[in-house]
Design a protein around this ligand. Structure first.
Ligand code: DGJ
Length: 736
């Protein structure tokens, strides 16, 4: 990314350079200008507010001159150029975008510009394809860019084709490379562990490489999420100010971002599949397609970047992103695997008491020879456990329907327990190292999805369920182990293809599922939040963000996901986890896609009524929460409270959630200034989701304010209760 007057990357900080390097920089700039002087027309890729500019040098290589705020007055002279896709083994002294070992052993790649073309799609998106070629070896690389002008989002990926007569080896194959020219760089990353997903950390980049990656095989994350926010400026962007790029990789497997700050303070960001242990052998005539890297630019802080991604996701990326979701009651936290038919039917009554749409049967319903009574057996044997469920799943679907409830079911189709009929029949279908002790996670192994027969098997699990239960209304698709100690009998000599081909095999299955069952809602789960990425979300309507459902912990986790995903994709269930009140946990779950995973047998009459009324509130307001614009007003990472709000498109209705997190007696909070409202409209504030009999103690409750007042003076939303630690407030804000 190179700079211009208004862009991110102009801040030239001579103080960082010694005189020697300063002179070198000048020489380079002149060289760059020479190159630019001999280029054809720049290739410009634009959204409403951002612009990416490429030119072709006299040497026919492609250069990136600029990425940042859209320049309406023309970009001349063009800023400093960086080779857009430097090939390995040539003159680029840092990490290359691609590296190929040719059939004759030559480990270099020189990509020369051939042509480019742009087109506009029917949905208003624009596509630019830039064709590059290593003219000596006939290796073709196409860089694709699809722009979503109104959302300020760009999606980019590359395709590498082998034009040689023999197989070539790809050792590096980035989806994208972005270059930034000077300034301070602030990286926000999202990381954690099981039950601690998406913790936010921000740091200033210093010289050298910072890598964020994963090597988990069956999923992208667990420890590190495949997305980042990157500010270029003297200080890190805030929610409402600062210029930044937010990016995420659409890939359900090993990913890698590298941020390399070079000797001249330029930053080169590579995004793509992790090439760790993944040399890819590409046969003659074949094409290797890299995953999409999705990024947005904002010069109004992180809040706008998140809203850009949310709107893009709902409109273009997530399955049925603008359609309603189902509220549900899940039985996992209530029963684990210890249930029978009667118990489940009795839980249907709980679902009715709550007023939710669907009952979701979790793990433990299957296994014939080896019934699934614990996690040591049965994965792979997807026939009903007749001891627990003598009348089978169809009976449950019907019994639910009689109570006007939809029914959904849990599967973990990519896995197998060694104690299963499947393993006895097909030991060759598992990923397992020869000559080594077996290595289990949760007593299970991964099925070899590179094998088309295994793909058929996995597809059939889903297909059979739908064929036997045509009104099945929901699937929770789980994946509870990472890929370690892995070896594919199917891939034989091509073991370095395993990570990539596994993920491609998964997509083949999901493609078939969606071709036959295009709209059934499906939740993606991976032992908590291991699978949340935009390639998987083409097939799923929501994802399970974490097994940690403690209300307090969830605020931090859901806060983290909100940087990338809209509320209607983030499943949030009220459970027994956490010491907070039911109201607090309810308000936390209502920030995203509400569900329950709880046994109601100990609920008081007030709690039953409160929960029922809360579901009714949620249904009334879900469109604002699911489709509205999100404004994060006070971060739990920066103080002892968390406040956020959603505003619908006409700015007529808003929902605000405020949580007190402090444990000090009566810690005082400033009034909070709202965002996203119409300054000229008058809004009535109403506190909702109160326990039966409770009255709002908020001074603003039932009062009317102009949007201008609410956004500039603000109202007190937190310290309304005397002992206010771990209390929460939900406000409905309505234009009159
Ligand atoms: C892990 C998931 O995250 C849980 O919600 C639950 O479905 C269990 N797996 C079931 O084994």
């Amino acid at each position: 990314m190179a700079g211009s007057g208004k862009g991110l990357f102009t801040i030239f900080r001579a103080k960082y350079y010694s005189m020697k390097s300063f002179l070198t920089l000048l020489v380079c700039s002149v060289l760059t200008l020479n190159i630019q002087a001999q280029t054809k027309q720049p290739i410009t890729i634009s959204t409403k507010n951002s612009q990416l500019i490429f030119t072709v040098g006299a040497n026919k290589r492609l250069y990136q001159n600029y990425f940042g705020q859209k320049i309406t007055g023309g970009v001349a002279p063009l800023p400093k150029a960086f080779e857009a896709y430097p090939g390995g083994g040539m003159d680029f002294e840092f990490e290359p975008s691609m590296r190929i070992v040719h059939a004759d052993g030559n480990p270099s790649l020189e990509l020369k510009y051939q042509s480019s073309k742009s087109s506009t799609h029917a949905d208003g998106t624009q596509q630019t394809d830039i064709f590059l070629r290593d003219e000596v070896y006939n290796t073709d690389v196409v860089a694709h860019f699809v722009t979503y002008p109104d959302q300020d989002v760009i999606k980019t990926w590359t395709e590498i084709s082998n034009g040689e007569k023999k197989t070539i080896t790809l050792t590096n194959y980035a989806s994208s490379m972005l270059h930034f020219d000077g300034g301070d760089y602030w990286l926000t990353q999202f990381h954690g562990d099981w039950a601690q997903e998406m913790q936010i950390e921000e740091s200033k980049l210093t010289s050298g490489s910072k890598v964020i990656d994963s090597k988990l095989g069956t999923r992208a994350s667990k420890f590190r999420f495949p997305g980042f926010y990157l500010t270029v400026g003297e200080r890190a962007a805030t929610e409402t100010s600062g210029s930044l790029v937010a990016g995420t990789l659409a890939w359900t497997g090993n990913f890698r971002f590298s941020f390399e700050l070079d000797n001249k303070n330029a930053l080169h960001i590579l995004s793509g599949i992790n090439n760790y242990a993944s040399e890819y052998h590409l046969e003659p005539g074949k094409t290797f397609k890299t995953p999409e890297f999705i990024f947005t630019y904002s010069n109004e802080g992180k809040g706008l970047a998140s809203r850009n991604l949310h709107e893009w996701a709902r409109k273009f990326a997530v399955l049925d992103g603008e359609k309603p979701r189902l509220t549900l009651l899940n039985n996992w936290e209530a029963t684990g695997m210890k249930f029978n038919q009667d118990k489940l039917v009795s839980l249907f009554d709980d679902a009715k008491k709550l007023g939710v749409d669907l009952f979701l049967l979790d793990d433990g319903w299957f296994g014939e020879k080896y019934p699934r009574d614990n996690d040591k057996t049965s994965l792979g044997d997807w026939m009903t456990d007749k001891k627990k469920l003598p009348s089978g799943v169809p009976f449950l679907v019907d019994a639910a329907a009689k109570k006007d409830l939809k029914f959904g079911i849990w599967i973990e189709p990519e896995m197998v327990n060694p104690k299963s009929e499947l393993y006895e029949k097909h030991p060759e279908w598992v990923l397992q190292l020869p000559n080594r002790d077996p290595a289990y996670q949760r007593n299970q192994l991964v099925l070899d999805l590179t094998n088309p027969k295994v793909q058929d098997f996995v597809f059939k699990i889903v297909d059979d369920l739908f064929r036997e239960n045509p009104s099945l209304a929901f699937i929770k698709w789980d994946c509870n182990r990472t890929m370690t100690n892995a070896y594919s009998q199917y891939l034989k000599g091509n073991q370095s293809h395993l990570y990539i081909d596994y993920t491609l095999g998964l997509y083949k299955v999901l493609e078939r599922v969606r071709a036959k069952y295009p709209h059934v809602p499906m939740m993606l789960c991976s032992g908590g939040g291991g699978r949340a990425d935009y390639e998987a979300m083409k097939y799923f309507t929501e994802f399970w963000p974490s097994d940690d459902t403690d209300g307090l912990e969830r605020i931090y986790i859901q806060w983290g996901y909100s940087y990338f995903f809209p509320a209607n994709t983030i499943s949030a269930h009220v459970t027994h986890w956490g010491k907070q009140s039911l109201k607090f946990r309810m308000d936390v779950a209502m920030m995203d896609k509400l569900g329950f995973d709880i046994d109601m047998k100990d609920f008081t009459a007030d709690e039953v009524k409160f929960s029922h009324d809360a579901v009714a509130n949620y249904k009334r307001l879900s469109n604002v929460i699911w489709q509205g614009d999100l404004y994060r007003l006070a971060s739990p990472y920066e103080g002892n409270r968390a406040v956020l709000m959603y505003v619908d498109q006409p700015k007529a209705k808003s929902v605000l959630f405020a949580y007190n997190l402090q444990d000090r007696y009566r810690e005082a909070f400033d009034p909070i200034r709202l965002q996203g409202l119409d300054p000229t409209k008058k809004y009535r504030i109403k506190e909702i989701n109160l326990m039966p009999g409770a009255k709002s103690t908020l001074a603003a409750n039932d009062k009317t304010y102009t949007g201008d007042y609410l956004m500039n003076i603000g109202i007190t939303v937190n310290n309304n209760i005397k002992y206010s630690a771990l209390t929460s407030v939900m406000l409905e804000i309505t234009a009159e």
